[in-house]
Design a protein around this ligand. Structure first.
Ligand code: K7E
Ligand code: CUA
Length: 658
């Protein structure tokens, strides 16, 4: 340890001396250049802290090694960080309007927020929890990102060519959801309903009897059409489930391909009612020692749907609970009380469950589960006739790791990492054969305190078939004393951890002062092939093709048809053409704007004062905006991105005659 420190500092010092000798500090003299040793001493840094600083520092002009996609929690957005620097690179508007991107202002993006005209009105927020990068052969392929909205049971599709949201679909039969996970080749994106509701949805008074009979959970398999880059609701399906609260899930891979494992809690079917002297929801919902992990044969379910077994409910095919049980689609495996994380090991052989109120992680074997199903090794059925697999026949191991285990990720050396909410720690433990053998298997090997109350954690490609090792991020819910006080709403605390050695090493803190990100996914930078400019001038970001209304220089025009005024406009440094638009009060105005720039980063904005019009026009992008000119007056419009020396002059007037 000490040796590495000396070597590390020696290297830094040597580089510093070389730089000084080479005159790279320009005018600074030996006395004004901060002396490294002096700096370290003045700040009271330990050798580990200096090493962490060097390890996470990305010099100006250099790139990070990884991209980290974080859910933006209640902001309804997605955050993109570079790693290991943990610098915020991008915010992606998803379920909330996002003015910088003009998201929710253009006709195209308003359509996305209105869920392709399915919604009565655009909801203006979402509770994003689980980003999921599209996969090929159970590895991230970097093409698409999916994210769920827990609050409104919606799923969004982001295209990683331009890091923009393309589609939002709403679950027609569920009112909340949890988890977005993709199948190994992204055929499906799965969401569980978090909170059971009447099915099909209507008013059913909340009595215990009604709850048991009329309330249901659902597993929704959204079919993804990769060529179109869209979810296809007409080829999606649902499986009806008992009214337990279905939580996180994971798709099997390799030997477990075709199966899904999904946690549930509140198998007690508690319905609350504190004022009526009923047990509080959380007491009722955690009364039993065991809940049920759902074991779902979704390939079988898809076959049954294809054979016409499903019923269409509100536009989506649903396989009934009865048919699911009768056809061997659904089994339960008992799992320790109030489970949360459900994570499948890299080879698809083990399923790791964290029971929040149990000091163990419980590991199930896919092989044992299949054998138990074959042998009909059931310990009974639940009230809905779902067979319950005998716990001792399907459980592979229980590893005592600490209090409040939640989520688990993996590295490339047979280790698993589990967040411990109550302990505020990350536990590193070993998997069994074939990952680790004999005395090395199923053992707690390291524990690192984190600050504080960790929810999810994520390692580099740590939930795929090829975990990368190297780094892990702890997503801590409480920061308490880690940052200066900025009022009573405290930032979340991301902590970067080096997992490349035997011991985990804390590297850095990153405050997230925006919302509560629940999960991140981390992908090597080179796997994401994003565009620096739109490939063709006039690309419509919704279709990703040349738009028929895109305009080129010299073709700009204003055309009136009745009370509709259409404007074909171009934007380039440093003018909009046309720069004067004359309409009458009450006219419908449609602007088709093309940014004809080809230079990277030559971005223009387009805003009309007092009309709530605000677009972002990246090089080559085409956008439409439509509004009714319902106020008379003369309204300046201008470019909102400081694009050039004459940026302030990039402006014009909308004249609305009374
Ligand atoms: Cu926050 Cu994944 Cu929604 Cu756990 S979940 S913490
Ligand atoms: Cu274009 Cu400023």
């Amino acid at each position: 340890m000490r040796q590495r420190w000396i070597v590390g500092v020696a290297v830094v010092l040597a580089l510093l001396l070389l730089a000084v000798a080479g005159g790279r500090f320009g005018v600074s003299t030996a006395t004004s250049t901060p002396n490294l040793e002096g700096l370290i001493k003045a700040k009271g840094l330990t050798p580990d802290q200096v090493r962490a600083a060097v390890q996470t520092f990305v010099p100006p002009g250099k790139y990070d090694e990884y991209l980290m996609f974080a859910s933006g929690g209640q902001s309804g957005q997605v955050l993109v960080f570079g790693m290991p620097s943990m610098r915020l690179l991008r915010v992606i508007g998803v379920f909330s309007p996002e003015p910088w991107q003009g998201y929710g202002f253009s006709t195209e993006t308003q359509g996305i927020l209105r869920e392709q005209a399915q919604a009565r009105e655009a909801l203006t927020w979402g509770d994003t929890h689980h980003p999921a990068i599209s996969e090929t052969n159970a590895e991230y392929d970097g093409q698409f990102l999916f994210i769920n909205d827990k609050a409104n049971a919606r799923m969004a599709v982001i295209d990683l060519r331009d890091f923009s949201t393309k589609q939002i679909v709403r679950n027609p039969n569920a009112y909340s959801n949890h988890g977005a996970v993709v199948s190994p080749n992204t055929e499906y994106i799965l969401e569980g309903t978090q909170y059971a509701a009447p099915f099909p949805f209507k008013y059913v008074p909340l009595t215990q009897e009604n709850y048991n009979t009329h309330y249901r959970g659902l597993a929704t398999f959204w079919k993804f059409d990769r060529a179109k880059g869209r979810i296809d609701p007409s080829r999606s399906f649902q499986i009806e489930l008992p009214p337990y609260w279905q939580d996180l899930s994971d798709f099997g891979k390799f030997e477990s391909d075709g199966w899904v494992y999904m946690n549930s809690f509140n198998t007690e079917r508690a319905i609350g009612g504190t004022l009526a002297k009923q047990p509080a929801m959380e007491i009722g919902a955690s009364a039993r020692d065991m809940d049920y992990m759902h074991v779902i044969n979704y390939k079988k379910a898809a076959e049954l749907i294809a054979q016409g077994k499903g019923t269409t409910v509100n536009g989506i095919k649903v396989l009934s609970l009865k048919d699911a049980v009768a056809n061997g689609v659904l089994y339960f495996a008992p799992e320790p009380k109030s489970p949360h994380g459900n994570d499948i090991a890299p080879r698809g052989d083990y399923i790791v469950v964290g029971g929040k109120l149990d000091p163990n992680v419980t590991v199930y074997s896919h092989k044992k589960i299949q054998q138990a199903i074959k042998d009909k090794a059931f310990s009974g059925t639940d009230p809905y006739g779902v067979p319950i697999l005998a716990f001792d026949r399907v459980m592979e191991a229980q590893v005592k790791i600490g209090l409040g285990p939640l989520h688990t990720q993996f590295d490339d050396r047979g280790n698993a990492y589990t967040s411990l909410f109550l302990d505020s720690a990350v536990a590193k433990w070993t998997l069994g054969a074939p990952y680790k053998k004999g005395g090395d298997a199923w053992k707690l090997v390291d524990k690192l305190p984190v600050q504080y109350n960790i929810g999810h954690l994520a390692a580099v490609t740590g939930d795929t078939a090829k975990p990368g090792g190297k780094y892990l991020v702890a997503l801590n819910k409480w920061s308490v004393d880690q940052y200066t006080n900025v009022g009573p709403l405290f930032p979340q605390n991301f902590q970067l951890i080096d997992i490349s050695g035997d011991k985990m090493v804390l590297l850095s803190n990153t405050p997230v002062g925006l919302a509560e990100p629940h999960l991140v996914q981390i992908i090597p930078l080179e796997k994401v092939k994003s565009w620096a400019v739109y490939p063709e001038v006039g690309t419509n970001p919704l279709t990703m093709k040349l738009d028929p209304n895109a305009t080129t220089i010299g073709k700009e025009r204003i055309v009136r048809k009745g009370t509709t005024v259409e404007v074909w406009m171009t934007a380039m440094r440093s003018h909009f053409t046309p720069d004067r638009i004359q309409v009458k009060k009450g006219d419908t105005v449609i602007l088709y704007i093309t940014n004809i720039e080809r230079a990277k980063d030559a971005i223009h904005g387009f805003a009309i004062d007092r009309y709530n019009v605000n677009l972002s026009l990246e090089p080559g992008k085409f956008e439409t905006v439509r509004f009714v000119a319902d106020r008379a007056g003369v309204f300046p419009f201008y470019c909102t991105e400081f694009c050039s020396a004459l940026h302030l002059e990039m402006a014009g007037y909308l004249e609305v005659a009374p």
